[in-house]
Ligand binder design. Sequence first.
Ligand code: G6P
Ligand code: MN
Length: 446
Amino acid sequence: MKLTILGGGGFRVPLVYGALLGDRAEGRVTDVVLHDLDAGRLSAVARVLAEQAAGVPGAPAVTATTDLDEALRGADFVFSAIRVGGLEGRAADERVALDQGVLGQETVGAGGIAYGLRTVPVAVDIARRVARLAPDAWVINFTNPAGLVTEAMSRHLGNRVIGICDSPVGLGRRIARVLGVSNPREAWIDYVGLNHLGWVRGLRVAGRDELPRLLADPDLLGSFEEGKLFGTEWLRSLGAIPNEYLHYYYFNREAVRAYQDAEKTRGAFLRDQQAGFYEAMKRPDAEALETWDSTRAEREATYMSENRDAAGAGERDADDLSGGYEKVALALMRAIARDERTTLILNVRNQGTLSVLDTDAVIEVPCLVDANGAHPVTVDPLPDHATGLVCAVKAVEREVLAAAESGSRTTAVKAFALHPLVDSVNVARRLVEGYTAEHPGLAYLK
Ligand code: G6P
Ligand code: MN
């Protein structure tokens, strides 16, 4: 079983490899091919993987290449976790938006649109190559903005591309934990929306919805990440638990201010932190795994810290530090490769699940997964305010896809202007000016 990882020199690859090392079952991944544009990053990550594999019998063999077509040929699974423009690009996405007084987060609002505009053409090229060189492969997309990028790829790969994100899984796990559900697998999480824009409306254990019990108990509700971030009163008003990324919508003004006041934005912090890691890996005597692990721990501890500061939410719970992104990826691969049926929250084509969206719109929803792929389950409709946001953001995503296809600057302006978190058409125009001046990857917009 061959797994190709695009963005193979990326910082989170050791998480995925670590999960593979723990998989002893028949039919597991035996060969990992790392692909990256940057040979230096590949060798840094390969060093970490080699230390992880030391002493593990049957550890998957690792090879690395900068040749994309070679990496794709013969792949059974392709993980795509690329970052077009690097972390420098992420920092620029934030800066340009904040200069205009709007949010520059990598997946939400103006920053997400800018990141999408430069990522979609690259993702489409990858999808076309997969369709040609590895037509039977399953593509698991981690590349953010994950919903939009998955939809772009699905136009060439159909249902063979599946998008993943760990934030709904983390959310479900936290709710199950505070409700005292010992095995989160026993809980059915009623969640739906778009990537980074979804809501938990219920959590059923043995057929009984336990969410009302949580919403009715302020102490319980205030005891976990989303309760602290959104405040118990707002969660009770909503009657649902939103994905943590909804904080950028419901508390937009505070989030923008916290980002503006921060010494460094998230992208700038990670850019500098990771530069330190990759630099250290050039030293022949570097302790690769140890250095990687302490860098990872620092990254996880500071995740969404501006939002938590703005909300007065304090430190993250130790139990929440590890997102579990690699676990979702492995569970998905196992379910498909071995027909080990399971339920996972994934980004797939709507296919009638949300009646307000068309059939090809990629949404985030619990899916039954088996050897034939991921099948969205039937869910209750969203309440009106959530439907409004989902439709507005999907319309923006469609403008991004149209701009990426046509190269139209006017369409790019429309994408920014229609986003609920961009408050003026003039701001949208200035964003397009600012982003095209920053990013060579947006030179195609005419
Ligand atoms: C969450 C999100 C991912 C994101 C990750 C890392 O898990 O769901 O989409 O990539 O956080 O965020 P960071 O700010 O550390 O890059
Ligand atoms: Mn995500």
